[in-house]
Design a protein around this ligand. Structure first.
Ligand code: NAD
Ligand code: GLY
Length: 375
């Protein structure tokens, strides 16, 4: 079995991301060296628990590790105060000690919530990420951003808390619904767009076989994505500069997710893909990149069967002014000014914080008009 190991170099908080097929079946042996006593608590969701928790239990039992698990309801709605306090109180009931390890088994929702619970429990306990969605494997399990959503917006409460280990078993992606896989693929494409044209070139060819289940292609795509994220995080852990590039498409995405009520009208990675096309469209309108760049991006996303434009979001959307207002809650706002990640071409993203709101409003207005015309 090939296991690719990507180090995340953060001094005393360094850790490895191990990527391969079947890692969940040897998770006990992988995690055992981290443990002071042979027990772990697992936070997961009900869907993932039904498919993969018994395998994790078996792997831990084989290494002599006792497991207790809490399965929360699946979905973005779980990433909020009620299920967060439930998880923290459950961990306290399990008498988790400062030196114990909490395991997050699931997608980004579980990773963000369990990581935040580990960050605040007894002022911080260690945790291990076992990401089970493509999105979590290439993005959310790496880099230590943890947190929950509130009524005011997405991810507004949280902490930087790095995991001690990430085990990305690409075999578990086989049970992932195609729509969820494509949502995660939005984040994969993002890495090519923000800093690696050759990776984007490769994805244009390999994307369909990735979707069809080609394990070698999946291993390569997850590994390259994690390498890029690990490099950026180790240079800028707390997003003082370069890490903001990882938010390509996210200012638009977060506004769209809020406008659609964090519901299955728009999954996070779908919002990222649409947000990336809007960021490239804005870049082209500003004369920063060629008009061929947003066209090429749209063509690839369409070829993958993905959502590409505002027109692909079902139901009603607010007008351009209201969408712009929703962007005002974004964490990238500084002194009330919106910062966007724009691009000088595919693979050449940069942070721009002097973008006139009128140009953004006009672009959104045009996209919304196109949407109405198509209905
Ligand atoms: P998710 O955790 O809701 O998982 C998506 C769905 O897939 C859920 O219904 C889940 O039960 C199901 N599922 C998970 N693994 C499965 C499997 N192997 N087989 C079958 N079903 C499976 O969503 P997500 O897309 O993984 O994560 C989205 C979240 O990640 C958002 O809240 C977003 O804000 C967050 N995020 C965080 C970061 C970060 O750096 N911390 C980065 C990107 C996204
Ligand atoms: N997903 C953005 C980041 O980790 O910084």
């Amino acid at each position: 079995m090939t296991v690719n190991v990507v180090p995340v170099a953060l001094g005393a908080r360094s850790y490895e991301v191990r990527i391969g097929t079947g890692l969940i079946d040897r998770a006990g042996a992988e995690i055992a060296p981290l443990l002071r006593r042979p027990r772990v608590t697992v936070i997961t969701d009900e869907t993932v628990a039904a498919r993969h928790l018994d395998r994790l239990r078996g792997a831990c039992a084989a290494a002599g590790i006792a497991v207790t698990a809490l399965a929360l309801p699946p979905g973005e709605g779980t990433k909020a105060w009620p299920q967060f306090s439930r998880a923290v109180e459950w961990l306290l009931e399990q008498k988790v000690e400062r030196h114990d390890v909490v395991i997050a088994l699931g997608g980004g929702v579980i990773g963000d919530l369990a990581g935040f619970a580990a960050a605040v429990l007894r002022r911080g306990v260690r945790f291990v990420q076992l990401p089970t969605t493509l999105l979590a494997q290439v993005d959310s399990s790496v880099g230590g951003k943890t947190g929950i959503n509130t009524a005011q917006g997405k991810n507004l409460v949280g902490a930087f808390h790095q995991p001690s280990l990430v085990l990305a078993d690409i075999g578990v992606l086989e049970t992932l619904p195609a729509r969820e896989f494509l949502s995660g693929y939005g984040e994969v494409v993002k890495y090519g767009l923000l800093g690696d044209l050759a990776f984007f070139d490769w994805l244009e060819g390999a994307g369909p076989s990735l979707l069809a289940g080609d394990a070698a292609a999946r291993l390569r795509a997850v590994t390259r994505s994690v390498e890029m994220k690990a490099g950026i995080v180790s240079r800028d852990e707390t997003e003082e500069g370069e890490r903001a590039l990882l938010n390509l498409g996210h200012t638009f995405c977060h506004a769209l997710e809020k406008a659609t009520g964090y519901s299955d009208r728009l999954l996070h990675g779908e919002g990222v893909a649409i947000g990336c096309t809007l960021a490239f469209e804005l870049s082209a309108r500003l004369g920063l990149c060629a008009q061929e760049d947003p066209s090429r991006l749209r063509a690839h996303l369409r070829a993958m069967g993905m959502r590409v434009d505002l027109a692909d979001i079902p139901g009603d959307l607010p007008d351009a002014g209201a969408l712009l207002g929703l962007m005002g809650q974004d964490k990238k706002v500084i002194d009330g000014r919106l910062r966007f990640i724009l691009a000088r071409g595919i693979g050449k993203a940069f942070v721009a914080d002097d973008i006139p709101p009128d140009i953004v409003r006009q672009m959104l207005d045009d996209a919304l008009k196109l949407r109405s015309a198509r209905r």
